[in-house]
Design a protein around this ligand. Sequence first.
Ligand SMILES: [Zn+2]
Length: 89
Amino acid sequence: MKKGIHAQIYQDAKTTCVSCGAVYRIPTTVKQQQVEVCANCHPVYTGEYRGIISSGRVDRFRKLQAVSKQKKEAEAKKPARKPRVKKAK
Ligand SMILES: [Zn+2]
């Protein structure tokens, strides 16, 4: 191997699955890393769907959607406002 051009490889690097907590010791170029899904918990391998913990745009969108829905429902429950009537002096 030519010196000075290859990344350092950590042979006992720790890879943690965020969804199921499985820990793998796989050689990588970083000491620690996290994955959202792994072979232990991926629906293709398990045959069942479980909510995958993700912290991305989709997750944020779903939160906003839920809040919006709640607001709409609260608005629908409110009685209609009475029109303002000016008091006679
Ligand atoms: Zn997993």
